[in-house]
Design a protein around this ligand. Structure first.
Ligand code: SF4
Length: 269
């Protein structure tokens, strides 16, 4: 398979913070994830879910299990059965409690009930299939890890599940709408976010073809800058901290790379 540069919402969020998240942004995380991800120690870190990621994956899997068997939503012991399928008893107490609550809440308010679901991921599939896109003379792969798509009145509804206090990022909705415009051309689509812990459902997001074009141009710019950074790093690995500048501060407390990052000491010292 021919190698192609890539773009994704994940890369965009690593590259530039969402509005209001500027203080929490650290470009060095992009460096660890994308430039040094094959180093043994970093690969080890990347393999392990942190607590929010673990809860997110198990919650997604829980929703998936509720919809594998339609009778499940009405069974009094459904949460127990799904918890066993997820092997929840092998997780930490915090993860068990929160996922158990998520499953209970979902059974009380199963938002996908009676929806015509055309795509629902388990949450552990890894990388989605890339979508090849040509922008001028630039060919790239777009990756969009879409949790769920259902149809409603002939409109595709892209739904992204959230857990915890994660804010909704409009950019994610736009990237997913762009992906769907290639996967299901000619079909109108909207996107929304649903927090499985708080029950908060965002307003639907839609985009005109002009807006989607602008999103495509933006992610191509990011893909190019990112490839440029990777090339600079490969030529001069000692310049890691200049190419991917650290932003030590409160964000280090929850950073998965703090054990590998020499700059995290500035916080704990
Ligand atoms: S530990 Fe701090 S400085 Fe280092 S990558 Fe994480 S957030 Fe950035």
């Amino acid at each position: 398979m021919t190698w192609l540069p890539f773009a994704s919402y994940n890369l965009w969020s690593l590259f530039a913070p969402a509005v209001g998240q500027e203080n929490w942004h650290c470009d060095m995380k992009r460096g660890f994830t994308k430039a040094r991800g094959k180093e043994t120690a970093i690969a080890q870190i990347l393999k392990q879910d942190n607590i929010p990621q673990r809860i997110g994956h198990l919650a997604q899997r829980g929703v998936y299990e509720f919809h594998q068997d339609h009778s499940m939503l009405n069974r009094s012991n459904a949460v127990q059965i799904i918890a066993e399928t997820l092997q929840l008893n092998q997780e930490t107490e915090q993860v068990q409690e929160r996922v158990d609550l998520i499953l209970r809440k979902y059974q009380e308010n199963p938002i996908l009930k009676d929806k015509h679901i055309i795509h629902l991921t388990r949450g552990d599939e890894g990388f989605p299939q890339p979508i090849q896109i040509q922008q001028g003379n630039y060919l790239f792969n777009l990756y969009a890890a879409i949790d769920c798509i259902f149809t409603e009145d002939d409109i595709l509804h892209i739904l992204d599940f959230k857990t915890g206090k994660t804010d909704f990022d409009l950019r994610q909705g736009f990237v997913y709408l762009l992906a769907v415009s290639y996967l299901y051309p000619q079909q109108p689509a909207i996107a929304s976010f649903y927090n499985l812990e708080t029950g908060k459902w965002s307003k639907p997001i839609s985009a005109t073809s002009t807006q989607l074009k602008a999103v495509q141009i933006e992610i191509v710019q990011i893909a190019k800058k990112h490839q440029n950074d990777l090339q600079r790093y490969r030529k001069n690995i000692a310049a890691f901290h200049q190419i991917f500048p650290p932003n030590p501060g409160r964000t280090c407390q929850h950073c998965q790379f703090k054990s590998a990052c020499e700059f995290s000491d500035e916080v704990t010292a």
